[in-house]
Design a protein around this ligand. Structure first.
Ligand code: ADP
Ligand code: MG
Length: 373
């Protein structure tokens, strides 16, 4: 590491588990992190200095800008007022344009179309009349998704048939939305990629992801049975997005795989302009973790190699703490508890299992699932 990169101070907007893991990776690189979050109990305080203030607090932002070499973020709903306040005072990465795209599902889908990336069939919905038209065109069931502020399946309503249009519109809260055709996907895959300030791009192998109730439960990587053509499709999509946005940092693209075998292809659902839950396995399962590569790119460093070191499965711990000792019962489990209190549907930790072969990994995962329940 050259002298100019030593002792860097990196600001992070948001103090959840992603900031916590970024700050840990930062320490390994000799950097110090300062996190801004309105919650004094933010879990990232375990590994970073915390500024407790609303995100839009002008004094707090001025303080952050003055004390940091670069500012990044752990969630995409950073208000534009925040990046506007930081602009010109401190480098912000990924850049605010990436936020503008990722904050609004319609912007995201428009960008995909502009870049020739396939998506589920969808329509823009701004009124109940739009919703009825869209259901006529797309058919039901379909997913009504708020354009902004959705995560972990929140801000979405499944419209079972046209008779439920009005209920669904009311349940969503009559907010600007898109209607997504319900995709009968073969599976969900994601790619986590990174781009450095110098334009170097690296990809992690695809991850296969299982969601229930809109929340990620398990990711396995490298995803199995991925043809060279499917991998190339994901990499091309990620590359065109990274270059289009002149992006610096880690980015994830979530896909649905349609069909199987030689007929398989991907459609893109959404992007995350940040480190991603489907990349947590990289901490133990890749030569350089997504957190280290995000920090490296923010700090102006070359990216580290993204090769998987074996086969990994990441299991989210959601809602309640498992009974004492359960997570530790499988000796090979790497346990990450974030220090967050229990709440239904809340991600409070994750566990990564690694093995040299898929057979051994599946046996470990089976054992872990049996113990943890
Ligand atoms: N058009 C769709 N067809 C089928 N399932 C979908 C569709 N859109 C989303 N889902 C399911 O819901 C999950 C969450 O939706 P997503 O659009 O990724 O929103 P978010 O992750 O922001 O909550 C997806 O991972 C997938 O399992
Ligand atoms: Mg998603």
């Amino acid at each position: 590491m050259s002298a100019q990169h030593a002792n860097q101070v990196v600001g992070i907007i948001g103090g959840g588990q992603l900031a916590q893991m970024l700050a840990r990776a930062g320490k390994d690189l000799g950097a110090r992190c300062i996190v801004l979050d309105p919650n004094p109990d933010s879990c990232a305080r375990s590994d970073a200095e915390l500024i407790v203030a609303p995100y839009t607090d002008a004094d707090a932002l001025a303080d952050l800008a003055a004390r940091c070499d670069v500012v990044t973020y752990e969630f995409e709903n950073v208000p534009a007022r925040v990046t506007d306040a930081l602009a010109g005072r401190v480098a912000v990465c990924p850049n605010p344009q990436a936020l503008r795209v990722a904050q609004d599902r319609l912007n995201e889908r428009t960008m995909f179309a502009d870049l020739g990336i396939g998506t589920p069939v969808y329509r823009t919905v701004d009124s109940i009349a739009d919703l009825i038209d869209a259901l006529d065109q797309i058919g039901a069931p379909a997913l009504l998704k708020a354009r902004t502020l959705g995560y972990d399946g929140k801000g979405q309503v499944l419209v079972s048939d046209i008779d439920h249009a009005e209920d669904s519109w009311n349940t969503l809260g009559k907010v600007p939305a898109i209607l997504d055709a319900f995709v009968s996907f073969a599976r969900e895959l994601s790619i986590v990629a990174a781009r450095s300030a110098a334009g170097q791009i690296e990809f992690y192998p695809l991850s296969e992801n299982v969601h229930r109730g809109g929340i990620l439960r398990v990711s396995k990587a490298p995803a199995r049975g991925v043809s060279g053509q499917l991998e190339a499709q994901a990499r091309e999509a990620a590359t065109s997005i990274l270059e289009h946005l002149n992006y610096v940092g880690v980015l994830a693209v979530e896909f649905f795989q349609i069909g199987a075998g030689d007929d398989a292809h991907l459609v893109a659902n959404e992007i995350a302009p940040r480190v991603h839950n489907t990349g947590h396995w990289t901490i133990e399962g890749a030569q350089t973790s997504q957190f280290a590569n995000h920090m490296r790119s923010a700090m102006g460093l070359e990216l580290g190699p993204t090769t998987a070191t074996g086969h990994s499965a990441m299991v989210n711990i959601i809602g309640d703490e498992p009974r004492p000792g359960a997570l530790q019962a499988v000796p090979q489990a790497h346990v990450h508890m974030y220090g967050k209190s229990s709440r239904p549907g809340r991600k409070i930790g994750h566990v990564t299992l690694n093995a040299p072969t898929t057979t051994e990994l599946d046996a470990l995962l089976e054992r872990f699932t049996r113990v943890v329940g």
